[in-house]
Design a binder for this molecule. Structure first.
Ligand code: TEU
Length: 541
């Protein structure tokens, strides 16, 4: 209904297209592969698919370097294939949310090529951020900004000017002070809304606007609140226009912001009335396995988002971070490489205990899916996949590996092609006789395939299916309020009306279950009415 739009409590499955399913046998996932798995996704019980960038791209950053926003990369298919996927997905009751990448283009985009050819001082250069260098010869970059992937955020071109790139040099930043850029993206949004997409995931939504003075970064602690290139107040004006465009279309098209905001209050600013609909909750993703911290994150999320009328969302993994089976298997907490304290450049990581990480990740799934609002499931988390940490160096493709001077192995370990069936690589990733998958899969994933888990009640796949089925059936789940229950130390317990309780035991002792009528679902076996360590349960009153 109009009062309760679908996106307020949707469960959205992230399809990392190059690693999901390979339809044409070239070793890389594609649109045909997604189409072939629509029945699997419908049976899993999710509401929508977020699809990582499928646009024409040289793939310097796995498609986040877009050369043409109005075409599909030939590796993934054609525009006609995309239209067919949207139609077929809708027939399966699944909505489609592609990525959009407004912070930068590819250096192969026609605009950047024109800017290079036109030279300094031209209108073509005004679409990007070109500046002369410092020093008598102009051979020092215009300021001290750093690329997220490592190294300076500036590259010099043949005529001596420098251009800004917050990511790889192949990803020049657009100039959002230029109205032409605004109009271009308004047009791109309409191009895809006209083709039936149900919304967009906005890449680096906290980027886009830069302080026109381009001041040096100071490293002062309060810089995060008035940063020269992240999370600037002016960015919201862009999204208010985008919202008006989405609202021109029927069927509640929605945006989800990828915004790494410094606090839940700053995140909520993206979601004020007339702004974006939803945003990823990275505080939840980054939260270590700690009952106190988890409860703090849940409370601060609920408080700041409900204050602006936006639904909370929850996410455990994505294509940029180590998979949570592995994160939760470690004592040391994971911190994104560009958010580490000075002197903490390299994380010293202990050996993960994957059995423990698996138990925790199953409990986390029940926690996430019982909380109010929406949730995101990253492909393969429903199969309990761990991070692949031993990829050979010659296989690594993430530009972070190169750009960080080989200090960061990068994000390939969470991007390994999915295992679907069979007992050896490529585990049914592509049709018989396909080329090798673009990243090698571990040889011992035979028990983690969708085929091996299908019908096994103890499997993570069946846990997700059962949880998502119950989530649809139970009136208590989805949007609405929650109430914490008194519980022993180390235990998170909350109640949702009508008649539903979720309990997560994060302590090191088995804990008695609160009074209840029926166990609806447990993330692992219960020991005579006790909840073992690292286990969650859903109860009916
Ligand atoms: O990521 C943007 C981004 O800000 C992250 O790199 C973040 O800084 C880091 O993971 C944690 O602090 C998006 C895409 O998700 C990523 O795959 C792209 O490489 C990047 O944008 C550039 O388009």
């Amino acid at each position: 209904s109009d009062d309760d739009p679908w996106w307020r409590d949707a469960v959205i499955y992230q399809v990392y297209i190059r690693s999901f399913a390979d339809g044409d046998g070239d070793g890389m996932g594609d649109i045909e592969g997604i189409r072939s798995k629509l029945p699997y996704l419908r049976d899993l019980g999710v509401d929508a698919l977020w699809i990582n960038p499928w646009y024409r791209s040289p793939q310097a950053d796995a498609g986040y370097d877009v050369a043409d926003f109005r075409d599909i990369d030939p590796r993934f298919g054609t525009l006609a294939d995309a239209e067919k996927l949207i139609a077929d997905a809708h027939e399966h009751g699944l909505r489609i949310i592609p990525d959009i990448v407004p912070n930068h283009t590819s250096d192969q985009h026609r605009w950047f090529q024109a800017a290079l050819a036109a030279g300094p001082g031209t209108a073509e250069r005004q679409r990007f951020v070109f500046r002369p260098g410092l020093g008598a010869d102009g051979d020092r970059p215009p300021n001290n900004w750093r690329s997220v992937f490592g190294g300076p955020a500036w590259t010099r071109v043949a005529d001596g000017e420098w251009y800004l790139h917050l990511f790889a040099p192949e990803q020049p930043d657009l100039n959002w002070a230029n109205p032409e850029v605004h109009d271009e993206f308004a047009d791109v949004l309409r191009f895809w809304f006209d083709r039936g997409v149900d919304g967009f995931r906005i890449d680096v939504a906290h980027g886009l606007v830069k302080d026109p003075e381009l001041p040096d970064l100071t490293g002062e602690p309060d810089e995060r609140l008035a940063h020269p290139h992240w999370d600037r107040d002016e960015v919201h004006e862009i999204y208010r226009r985008w919202r008006r465009i989405a609202d021109e279309y029927p069927g509640e098209r929605k945006f989800v912001a990828e915004a790494w905001a410094p606090s839940p209050e700053r995140l909520a600013r993206y979601l004020r009335p007339g702004g974006l609909h939803t945003a990823f909750n990275f505080d939840f993703l980054k939260c270590p396995w700690s009952p106190e911290r988890m409860r703090e994150v849940i409370d601060s999320t609920m408080a700041s988002l409900t204050a602006v009328g936006a639904p909370p969302t929850w996410v455990l993994s994505n294509h940029d971070v180590p998979r949570h089976v592995t994160r939760y298997g470690r004592e040391t907490a994971w911190v994104p490489h560009d958010q580490r304290a000075i002197g903490e450049d390299e994380l010293v990581l202990d050996e993960p205990d994957l059995a423990r990480g698996t138990r925790r990740s199953r409990a986390a799934a029940l926690l996430m899916l019982a909380l109010p609002g929406g949730a995101y499931v990253y492909q393969g988390e429903e199969l309990g996949l761990p991070e692949v940490e031993d990829l050979p160096e010659e296989a690594l493709q993430d530009p972070m590996w190169e750009r960080s001077g080989h200090t960061e192995r990068g994000r390939d370990g969470c991007r390994v092609p999915l295992p679907w069936s069979g007992s050896a690589p490529p585990f049914g990733f592509g049709p018989h006789g396909s080329a090798e998958p673009w990243l090698p899969q571990p040889a011992d994933w035979q028990d983690r395939t969708a085929e091996a888990q299908d019908g096994d009640a103890a499997s993570t796949l069946e846990l997700y299916r059962a949880a998502l089925r119950l989530r649809r059936e139970l009136g208590a789940l989805g949007e609405g309020g929650m109430r914490w229950l008194d519980s022993p130390s180390g235990v998170l317990a909350f109640h949702r009306e009508p008649g539903f309780t979720c309990v997560v035991n994060m302590s090191s002792e088995p804990q008695p279950l609160p009074e209840h009528d029926r166990v609806l679902l447990a993330s692992d076996d219960l020991a005579d009415d006790h909840l073992p360590t690292d286990t969650a349960v859903w109860l009916a009153d």
